[in-house]
Structure formats: structure tokens, C-alpha cells
Design a protein around this ligand. Structure first.
Ligand SMILES: [Zn+2]
Length: 408
């Protein structure tokens, strides 16, 4: 019986990540694609005799992994915060800088002033760095506009980045990133406006895939975010939360309570918050770039997360203030060296678990028959090398929806 397929990649080793643990290694393998989805994979010796590929690629003995998924970025912004980097090195804290009108609000100012084209150009440069390291799906948050026109512009730029770069973009509305100056002292009013006006308007324009908020004393309280999340759920949108980054503020418990896809950061999460996340199946998104850049000393409780079976994702948190980084591979290394993940956990954190943090796990993040054919090909001897190198490695090819994008 013949089995026609569009494309076959042969002479590759596979790391399928398609199990609860382990790389899912298949040495000397092949993988076949039809209609943008994986049609067959396995040892090359087991290739079905009738399999006929219209096109065959030679993987040159490299390793093929699921395409990387950067599940937490703030990729679209204008301006730079290098000056604050200097201030922090001279002793100012992140909270001090925010209180002086710096921090997020400085980027809001620059982003509101930027044209859509300027925003696109600056953001595309960062996106290309992610793609170079094997990213095939990326989450992009708004949150540097904080008024309807500017949030719309940022989300529209995120959508356009996806259209023009052959990468799957998941957009997240983060209007609850900071209280904008025009609402200073009126955070409740601002949240009510987000819930009843801005979010429904952007949702109606198909610009929003999920809703996020920043739960910290310098941003929003659990009660305020609960209100916003109720509006999100009423629109059928999943939610996520920046939780317990700088203080124990009840964010993890809130994320679990509202059925959030993920709670992100979690340096200060307490035992009750962890237990609630475990119960609810909330993904913990670990962001070592922000931990490193802020020179934090308290790491997320990875051992407890592991013991409780909380899935751990890893992401760049690419943003101008606290994680000016567009290297997922550097994050893999830092997740291991700074937080104690194993290289295997770290790789799962940017593939299988990252997909779950975006609600895409039925379709992406693993190599398995029926899933989207999103791959990265690497010139390495073993997948553990992806976390071993301290950044600075490129993938040798990307495949998105079965289409080879680069040299492969
Ligand atoms: Zn973030």
C-alpha cells in the first residue's frame, strides 16, 4: 500500500519530548509531513515501505526537536532602558525607578509616541533573534500602550510580525501591566475601563488570544485582577498572571482560583500558592532572565514544584526593563545554572510545557503524529547541549507547518 506524503526528513535524530519525562530520543530516524502535520516518525529502519515523499531532505545527522516556543515575551516596545540599567548598577532598585516615573511607564511613553512602522521595525529585529534560535511559536504581550489606540497598535504589530515572519504568534492583552499616568491613584477605575471598554473592543477586533495582569503592590491587587479576569472569561479568553515576582502578593493562589493557563515568575510564591497551582494544573513559567537582570537572590522553589508535579516552562520574558534578552537558549542555560532545572526539564520548558502555558499543547510542543510540523534542526551531538552552551548557538534550520524556512 502506498503512503504519499509531502515531505520527508531523513538522516536525523529526533528528540520528540513526547512523554512525561525524557528527551524522547529516536536515533537515526525519519519524520514525514503531510498538509503541515506530522504523518509518520520513527527509526529510519522502520520507514513504511510504501511511504513516498514528494520532497526529501537530508538532516545531515543533526538533531531535530520540536520548534521552540517562547511563551512569555513583551517583544513589542519602542525606546531603550539602558539608562535604568546604569541606575540600578549605581544602587537604585526596580521599585525606586518605577516610583520616579521610570520603569514600565518610561517605555509606555516611548511606545505611545512611536509609529506603527517604527514599532514593527524595532520589534522585528528582536523577533529574528528568537527565530535564529529555533523559535516557531512566540507569545507577545501588549502592555506598553495602556490606552486603546496604543494597545491596539502593539497587538496589531504582534499579529503582523506573525504574518511576515512565518512564526506562530499568540497575542496576550496586558493592559493591566501598570497604572498609566492619566489614571494615577485610580487603579480601580482603570481596571473597570479595561474590563468594560478596552478588552471588549480589542477582542472584537480579533487582536487578543489571552489576558494577563501584573500582580504586585506596585501594579495591581488580586481583587482588581479578579475583576479583569472575570471579563476575560466572559469573552471566552484564557488568562495568565505575572505572580510573586518581587513579593508574596497572592498571585499564585489567584491564578489557580481563576483557572489561569500559567503563573509566571514565582520567586516569592508560598506553599499554599504552590499547592493551589498543583491542584489546578497551573503551569509555572520560570523567567531566569529577569531574575538575573534584577540580581534577585531568591529563586523560584523548583524542588517543591518538581515534588508537587507543577509543570515548569521557561521563557525569555523579552522586555526592555528587566529582561533585555531574545535568546531562549541562554534562558535554558540560566534555568539550569540559576534555578536548578535539568537540561531535559529546561528543553521541555521551551517545548512541551511552553505549549501548555499557551493552551496549544494539543497541537504543538512535541513531535507526534497529527501535531503541527514545527521543528528546529540542530548541529549538536545530543539535545542536552542546548542547555549546556551559554547562548550563542543558532539552529541550522526551522520548519513551520511543514515548510522549511531556512537552510535545511
Ligand atoms: Zn513579563
Amino acid at each position: 500500500m502506498t503512503m504519499p506524503v509531502d515531505t520527508l526528513w531523513s538522516n536525523v535524530h529526533l528528540a520528540t519530548l513526547d512523554m512525561a519525562s525524557g528527551y524522547g530520543e529516536i536515533e537515526d530516524a525519519a519524520i514525514a509531513v503531510s498538509n503541515g502535520r506530522i504523518a509518520w516518525l520513527g527509526p529510519r529502519a522502520d520507514l513504511p515501505r510504501g511511504l513516498q515523499a514528494a520532497v526529501t531532505h537530508d538532516g545531515n545527522g543533526g538533531w531535530l526537536t520540536p520548534g521552540l516556543i517562547d511563551c512569555h515575551t513583551h517583544l513589542v516596545w519602542a525606546g531603550s532602558r539602558a539608562q535604568e540599567f546604569e541606575q540600578r548598577l549605581q544602587g537604585a532598585s526596580y521599585t525606586d525607578i518605577a516610583a520616579q516615573g521610570g520603569g514600565i511607564l518610561a517605555t509606555v511613553h516611548a511606545t505611545r509616541a512611536a509609529s506603527e512602522q517604527a514599532l514593527f521595525a524595532q520589534s522585528a529585529q528582536r523577533l529574528r533573534t528568537l527565530l535564529d534560535e529555533g523559535v516557531t511559536s512566540v507569545e507577545i504581550k501588549s502592555g506598553y500602550g495602556l490606552d486603546l489606540a496604543s494597545e491596539r497598535r502593539c497587538l496589531a504589530v504582534a499579529r503582523r510580525l506573525g504574518r511576515e515572519h512565518r512564526v506562530h504568534v499568540a497575542t496576550t492583552f496586558l493592559g493591566a501591566h501598570a497604572v498609566p499616568t492619566e489614571y494615577a491613584g485610580r487603579a480601580d477605575t482603570y481596571i473597570a475601563m479595561l474590563a468594560t471598554e478596552m478588552l471588549p473592543a480589542l477582542h472584537a477586533e480579533h487582536l487578543v488570544d489571552a489576558v494577563d495582569g501584573y500582580c504586585e503592590p506596585l501594579a495591581f491587587t488580586p481583587a482588581q485582577l479578579r475583576r479583569l479576569f472575570a471579563a476575560a472569561r466572559a469573552l471566552g479568553l484564557p488568562v495568565k498572571l505575572h505572580a510573586e515576582q518581587l513579593s508574596d502578593s497572592g498571585g499564585a493562589a489567584l491564578a489557580a482560583e481563576v483557572g489561569a493557563l500559567s503563573a509566571d515568575h514565582l520567586e516569592y510564591v508560598n506553599d499554599a500558592g504552590l499547592a493551589a497551582m498543583a491542584q489546578a494544573g497551573t503551569v509555572a513559567v520560570l523567567l531566569p532572565g529577569a531574575y538575573y537582570a534584577l540580581r534577585e537572590t531568591r529563586a523560584p522553589p523548583v524542588a517543591a514544584m518538581r515534588r508537587l508535579g507543577i509543570p515548569m516552562a521557561v521563557a525569555t520574558d523579552c522586555n526592555p526593563g528587566t529582561s533585555p534578552c531574545a535568546s531562549p537558549l541562554l534562558m535554558l542555560n540560566m534555568a539550569c545554572t540559576l534555578f536548578g532545572l535539568t537540561p531535559e526539564e529546561a528543553l521541555a520548558g521551551v517545548t512541551r510545557v511552553a505549549a501548555r502555558a499557551l493552551g496549544l499543547h494539543a497541537d504543538r510542543g512535541r513531535l507526534a503524529v497529527g501535531l503541527r510540523a514545527d521543528f528546529a534542526l540542530w548541529d549538536i551531538d545530543h539535545p542536552r547541549e542546548l542547555a549546556y552552551w551559554i547562548g550563542g548557538r543558532s539552529c541550522s534550520g526551522r520548519v513551520v507547518d511543514g515548510v522549511a524556512m531556512d537552510a535545511i
